[in-house]
Design a protein around this ligand. Structure first.
Ligand SMILES: Cc1cc2nc3c(=O)[nH]c(=O)nc-3n(C[C@H](O)[C@H](O)[C@H](O)COP(=O)(O)OP(=O)(O)OC[C@H]3O[C@@H](n4cnc5c(N)ncnc54)[C@H](O)[C@@H]3O)c2cc1C
Length: 399
């Protein structure tokens, strides 16, 4: 059968791939000569319908203000807001070894909040709603990419249902284990952190104070992210070999261990949901682009989630690639010259953020007394420097 032709194919309708599809579709609709452009968005799983009566999902992301703006441009923010979001107004970080601590507050920089904690499902479902209703997007779901044929002027993708589609450009937004990246023979540099992140939703004796709490333990950070109903979503970084024991523990024992690890900052832990864990590793694709191919989001890079930046970087990738494609005067959207502009604009930021996270991880993992003393001194000194502190927080927020 003859392949169906598109202008762009996007593999992966997760948070990043769907953002790109919506940005492009909205952008094309505003250009007279691009009005007829068509996008195929291929996603393996239908996103779950949001149900406000259901408890918070285990997977949440801290969404920065810049990502909020991009999601607004994508047309999904209002729907996200109507479902369920949890603004956070402060961030408190402290060192388990010593007295070092630092506090960031939205009020200090004249902002209403520092960002929002949002369930990944809420973001993905809201973007999928947009994509499904946009006349320029064909939402191909549930479908997976199986084979790829790259010719000089066209890429042809074969899907699991046997259908074939083609376009001058294919974008991989299919996550850390990107099938497109493998089929395109793009290698990745990978660093295994030997850590897992245990996630759960927990209740505490005291309210969360709309504050993101993070305690740096020698084994890794423990984060409590505030949810609007007063509970918290936790990400507890644990050595990979010790994580299974924490997953298997009785609820009572887990709550006691968690409370101790958190120094009972919000009183006793009063409830815990089911628990899940994810391996943490850092990756960088050696190339983000090849002729007719571009990688974005986790398909291009993953980082340690200790500062909650992974999807925010991916959303910035989507915004940059959309900008380059929408502003291009070239008739060939898959030209290497055009795609390289995207890679040049994004790789530096992604690598720098990855290195910074890596630096924090190593710095706080050190137990030598000289490092501990210097680290605690540095944290406390920085806490007393509002100008620098505000600059850091504004950079993290993207404002
Ligand atoms: C514990 C934990 C906490 C985190 N917290 C934060 C945080 O607070 N803030 C933050 O910014 N980031 C955070 N991250 C990182 C963030 O979750 C990821 O960066 C983000 O999910 C990447 O989005 P993505 O769309 O690129 O990839 P994914 O979310 O992996 O989406 C990929 C999509 O592609 C689909 N797919 C895969 N293969 C195929 C195929 N062959 N064909 C078709 N479809 C396919 C999948 O079904 C999926 O929908 C965290 C990560 C972890 C593990």
């Amino acid at each position: 059968m003859k392949p169906t032709s598109y202008d762009i194919m996007i593999v992966g309708g997760g948070m990043v791939g769907s953002t790109l599809a919506c940005l492009l579709a909205n952008g094309f609709a505003n250009h007279t000569q691009n009005k007829k452009r068509r996008i195929a968005l291929i996603e393996a799983f239908e996103p779950v319908d949001f149900d406000a009566n259901k408890p918070y999902d285990l997977r949440v992301s801290a969404i920065s203000r810049i990502s909020q703006q991009v999601l607004q441009q994508a047309g999904a923010w209002q729907s996200i807001e109507e479902k369920r979001i949890s603004p956070y107004e402060a961030m408190h970080v402290w060192d388990a070894t010593g007295e070092g601590k630092i506090h960031f507050s939205a009020a200090e920089i004249g902002e209403p909040n520092l960002g929002h904690i949002i369930e990944n499902q809420v973001i993905q479902t809201s973007l999928a709603e947009q994509a499904k209703h946009h006349p320029a997007i064909d939402w191909l779901c549930p479908n997976t990419l199986k084979e790829l044929k790259i010719d000089d002027d066209l890429v042809t993708a074969t899907l699991d249902n046997g259908s074939t589609i083609n376009a001058p450009l294919i974008v991989g937004a299919d996550g850390a284990r990107s099938q497109l990246r493998t089929l395109a023979k793009i290698e990745v540099e990978r660093q295994d952190y030997g850590q897992h992140g245990l996630v759960a939703v927990i209740g505490t004796e005291k309210p969360n104070q709309a504050t993101a709490w993070q305690r740096f333990l020698p084994t890794g950070p423990l984060a409590f992210l505030p949810l609007a109903d007063g509970s918290s979503s936790i990400v507890w970084t644990l050595p990979a070999d010790r994580c299974p024991a924490y997953l298997a523990m009785s609820d009572d024992k887990f709550m006691q261990s968690l409370g101790e690890a958190f120094e009972h900052k919000l009183g006793n832990i009063t409830s815990v949901s089911k628990r899940a864990a994810f391996p943490f590793y850092g990756t960088q694709a050696k190339q983000y682009v090849k002729k007719r191919i571009a990688l974005i989001g986790d398909a291009a890079h993953t980082i340690h989630p200790l500062a909650g930046q992974g999807v925010n970087l991916g959303i910035k990738d989507a915004a940059e690639l959309a900008k380059q494609l929408l502003n291009s005067t070239s008739t060939d959207l898959g030209s290497l010259k055009l795609l390289r502009k995207y890679e040049r604009a994004r790789r530096g930021d992604n690598v720098a953020t990855m290195r910074a996270m890596e630096g924090f991880r190593l710095l706080f993992g050190h137990s030598a007394s000289t490092v501990v003393n210097a680290r605690n001194f540095g944290l406390n000194a920085l806490d007393k420097m509002p100008m620098i502190k505000n600059k850091i927080i504004r950079k993290a927020m993207g404002v």
